[in-house]
Design a protein around this ligand. Sequence first.
Ligand code: 5GP
Length: 200
Amino acid sequence: MTKGLLITVSGASGTGKGAVCDRLRATTPTLTYSISATTRAPRGAEVDGREYFFFDRSEFEDRIARGEFLEYADVYGNYYGTLRSYVDRQRDAGRDVLLEIDIQGALKVKAACPEAILIFLLPPSLEELTRRIVGRGTESEESLARRLASAPTEIDVGRRYDYVVVNDAVETAVERIKAIITAERCRVERNAQLFDTFKK
Ligand code: 5GP
């Protein structure tokens, strides 16, 4: 059986990654979403083992020491990490796994798994990004200023990814991601077994 693909989707804050991944999830039943672990508290109706595995700091740090994470990062003062065992089990069963993780986390995945496919979501323009972050109305004045100031630097990291997708409209961005996944599945090196069936 062919091992499943490992795909990451990342983008600067305000790019609309959440909406794009939710739509992708709703329309692509063949993709498996990795459930990350975090030390942040559950929000609203979040359930342990569904949105995240919620660990306290000492449990998370024990698991880091045991090498259980494919990657982990400190995002806004809390740990977030991808559990290696979960991803490996899914891929070994032939299922494509999608990770919705922060920008630096995706680069760590690439370092650990060079075959990973890194997709970077871009807002249509800096003006549109500013409009989206301000429009959300959820940020304090200080956090807003911090996010807007760090956006150009965050976005530049995308040059190191494999694919860039502009999120001008959620539907269009989702179609582009599906096209990337389809093309990656068709790569010759992932389909050696097809050729084998034609050998005399
Ligand atoms: P939230 O607390 O809003 O659910 O997520 C905050 C940030 O952490 C988002 O940018 C999200 O993509 C990122 N994140 C979630 N899971 C992981 C993970 O397993 N690893 C890394 N590096 N980032 C993650």
